[in-house]
Design a binder for this molecule. Sequence first.
Ligand SMILES: *Cc1c(COP(=O)(O)O)cnc(C)c1O
Length: 383
Amino acid sequence: MNDPAWAEGGGTGEGTRAVRAGLPEPVKHEPALPGPAFAAHFHLPGDPTGPYTYGRDENPTWTLLERAIGGLEAPGAEGAETLVFASGMAAVSAVLFSQMRAGDTVVLPSDGYQVLPLVRAQLEAYGVEVRTAPTGGDAQLEVLDGAKLLWIESPSNPGLDVCDVRRLVEAAHAGGALVAVDNTLATPLGQRPLALGADFAVASGTKQLTGHGDVLLGYVVGRDAAAMAAVRRWRKIVGAIPGPMEAWLAHRSIATLQLRVDRQNATALKVAEALREQPEVTGLRYPGLPDDPSHKIASQQMHRYGCVISFVLSSRAHADRFLDALRLVDDATSFGGVRSTAERRGRWGGDAVPEGFIRLSIGAEDPEDLVADVLRALRESAR
Ligand SMILES: *Cc1c(COP(=O)(O)O)cnc(C)c1O
């Protein structure tokens, strides 16, 4: 596409890029973002040549969305390829199960997304050796020996620890391992794993990327052609494809990505600063707080620190009273949406967190209103 002059005016160009991401060349009488192509199959006389043959393999609505995501995750990167999936887990599984064979070793984070233990059990059932170590302190370095793939989640969900991605990539590559980074929490405007040396950026687009809590989506961006061919084959075999409507909604949502992340992340910092002053709040984590244990490394590899805050209240009952008292924050799982949400993470089991652990996702409400709501709920729940 005819690249508008990103950042010609001296800014970062990120807002411009997000607004125009993946748009086709303008065509007279056509919409700027063509509507979803609802097609199980396409007209195909003669030899079955691509790109559009059957709806499980390719769809023009995905093509535009893949260009948009690729343009944000790996701007200007030659040879980077993007594939969209039905969900974040479809994307995560596509990388892990297409790259690993029986007898291979993979290193996962021990404090990552709560479905990873189920993935681990399935990998082990297929004869893959799985090792885990925490994200913080770059502890995965210690179990890398002989691994074929290193899986990083930074910042980790829900603990918000950060590892030095460049350092881990260097060690993994020295040992011949590929590196995938789960970029869900940061979004491509917060962190660009390929620029930090990783082979794959993988994410759930369900969270802040699309940001409205109404779409499930996943993606993989990679630059190794052979590895990406295997990921593409996996998508075809498993059929974990997004519907055209979801793909189109996601693309429309990306136009406002920079507006949303700037607003939500700035408010997250304000809420974190307010929480820091409250004696009943312990274990407060937000990588954007200058005194957070993650801040130093985060500031070296991230452009933005996300919209998720975590902290601990004295007990399960205390946390439940707090969640109940909130008026502007919905008690719901997931994160990254324009409407703030919070939950007591321990209710799921699986995460190694205290009973009173709260994950709070900051939305696009007025910052003053949110700070006031959170502080009022804390006052009312203290007993
Ligand atoms: C939500 C999430 C996933 C899974 O994404 P889905 O779209 O729910 O399948 C993977 N990784 C992280 C870090 C997540 O937060």
